[in-house]
Design a binder for this molecule. Structure first.
Ligand SMILES: [Zn+2]
Length: 141
């Protein structure tokens, strides 16, 4: 480098000019601004993967056979519960309807829970009607 005062040559590792004694600071290399070319990344157009829906048996709501059976038993029980003497059957059908319906409601991942709930209600009503008839009217026949 060269002295900024007198222009004489100053070795790089010497901070003072040997000619004039002026302090010579090594010329800072002008930081060349780096113009980085903006990188235009090609947007990756990913082909949307259309996964065919996989219907595994575990995800399919199973048909609620017990719930349906409970509802049918409940309906039958309701119909029979009004008929004196015959309504003794309700003690079986109503009980079974109640049990089936409760199992149907408690089973997980099954469809037709509404039917199972209906079965519980109908079976319970049928049993109540039958019990009531035997309790209040039992002596009359
Ligand atoms: Zn000098």
């Amino acid at each position: 480098m060269y002295c900024t005062s007198c222009g004489s040559y100053v070795p790089d590792n010497v901070g003072i000019c040997p000619n004039c004694g002026a302090a010579v600071t090594p010329a800072q290399p002008v930081a060349q601004p780096v113009y980085q070319q903006p990188v235009y990344q090609q947007p990756a157009y990913q082909q949307p993967a259309y996964h065919a829906p996989v219907y595994t048996p575990a995800e399919m709501p199973r048909s609620n056979g017990l719930g349906t059976a409970g509802m049918i038993l409940g309906i039958v029980s309701i119909c029979i519960s009004w008929i004196p003497a015959i309504n003794i059957i309700v003690f079986i059908t109503g009980f079974l309807g109640l049990v089936f319906s409760i199992i149907g409601v408690c089973r997980r991942n099954v469809s037709g829970k509404g039917r199972a709930i209906t079965g519980i209600i109908l079976s319970a009503i049928a049993l109540i009607i039958t019990f009531s008839m035997y309790y209040y009217l039992g002596t009359t026949y």
